[in-house]
Design a protein around this ligand. Structure first.
Ligand code: UT7
Length: 329
């Protein structure tokens, strides 16, 4: 097994108080049923931000919990990395808002855009910065207000997403704990299968964009599904190989929570039984990059894994991007 250089010292999560069930879509005129959503996705409910809840506020709340558990003060943070597909503003990075709210005066702060793979991409960057000596203490936040960027008139997408945040404090490895491998890939030739077509610099916001709703998430669901299954299974194997571990060494698989059928297919292809797979998609929906740290935090709080456990995380998302990591907690 590889000697780790950086470890996840502690994690935290925060989700909005408001819960929207599958039955609540009728009230906003969406033609769907609880049965359809459950059968196709495994999602029963999701948390949706209320007034004043933002990508920054959810991320900062998750960060405070992680920092308290790690015993880290805001002034000790060297770097704040925020992964998000739903920044509060396009400029500047939402990470600097989190920095300001936390009072992390010494830190540099920036956003990364890797969609649902943001937590694992961020973990890789944090590990690299600690390895190079550029940072001692990194705060990695994955926060999403997907409700602000999904099309609430499109039943094929609006039923899938939820809001929430997870955070991790990453520091130099101690006692063999830490990141044993990370694997990242992307394929930009497939970008248009899951994207927001307009509202950026190429086609700035305009009345026509608003009217066509092309500033919101568009997805070719079936195509995404196919690629997700293939790429997540491949990713899982690559992270295990890089960590020089076998499937049998894994205490828990934490896959990106987009769809129960994708999770089950990933587990099957990887050869990990479902009782070693963490699933909470039924209660949160797809929270993009926040899904893995929310699940990791829940699994730790429930005592399913703890110090010394070996966890495999696997994600897939817009880009397309796919990524995986094995950590010893
Ligand atoms: O974070 C990573 C990115 N996202 C994903 O991983 C999502 C990947 N894709 C999926 O999870 C699935 O493709 C979906 C759950 C999005 C859709 O499931 P599907 O089995 O691929 O359904 P479909 O898109 O092929 O649609 C089947 C039918 C269509 O009706 P017709 O054309 O067969 O008459 C849709 O209009 O289901 C209809 N439909 C719905 N019906 C009720 C689509 N959305 C809904 C809905 N309620 N919410």
């Amino acid at each position: 097994m590889k000697r780790p250089s950086a470890q996840i010292s502690a994690v935290g999560r925060s989700v909005p108080a408001r819960v929207m069930t599958n039955y609540d879509f009728a009230a906003i005129g969406i033609e769907t049923t609880h049965e359809w959503i459950m059968e196709r996705t495994g999602i029963s409910e999701r948390h949706i931000a209320g007034p004043g809840e933002t990508t920054c506020s959810l991320g900062a709340d998750a960060a405070r919990i992680a920092m308290k558990r790690a015993g880290v003060q805001p002034g000790e943070l060297d770097v704040i990395i925020l992964s998000t597909a739903s920044p509060d503003r396009l400029l500047p990075a939402t990470a600097v808002d989190i920095q300001a709210v936390l009072g992390a005066t010494r830190a540099s702060a920036f956003d990364i855009s890797a969609a649902c793979c943001g937590f694992i991409y961020g973990l890789t960057i944090a590990e690299g910065m600690i390895n190079s000596g550029a940072a001692e203490t990194v705060l990695l936040v994955s926060s999403e207000k997907m409700s602000a960027i999904c099309d609430w008139t499109d039943r094929a997408t609006c039923v899938l997403f939820g809001d929430g945040a997870g955070a991790a404090v990453i520091r130099r490895s101690q006692k063999g704990r830490g990141i044993l491998s990370t694997f990242m890939r992307s394929d930009g030739t497939l970008a248009d299968l899951l994207y927001r077509p307009a509202g950026g610099a190429t086609t700035p916001m305009s009345p026509a964009v608003l009217e066509a709703r092309t500033h919101l998430v568009h997805m070719a669901g079936r195509e995404v599904f196919k690629h997700a299954v293939r790429s997540m299974a491949e990713s899982a194997g690559r992270a295990l190989d890089l960590a020089r571990l076998n499937v049998g060494d894994i205490d828990l698989l934490i896959p990106h929570q987009a769809n129960l059928r994708i999770i089950e297919a990933t587990a099957k292809h990887t050869g990990i039984p479902m009782d070693k797979v963490y699933v909470n998609v039924e209660r949160y929906g797809n929270t993009s990059s926040a899904s893995i740290p929310i699940a990791l935090d829940e699994a730790m709080q429930r005592g399913l894994v703890g110090e010394g456990s070996i966890v495999l995380m696997v994600a897939f998302g817009a880009g397309f991007t796919w990524a995986s990591s094995v950590v010893r907690l």
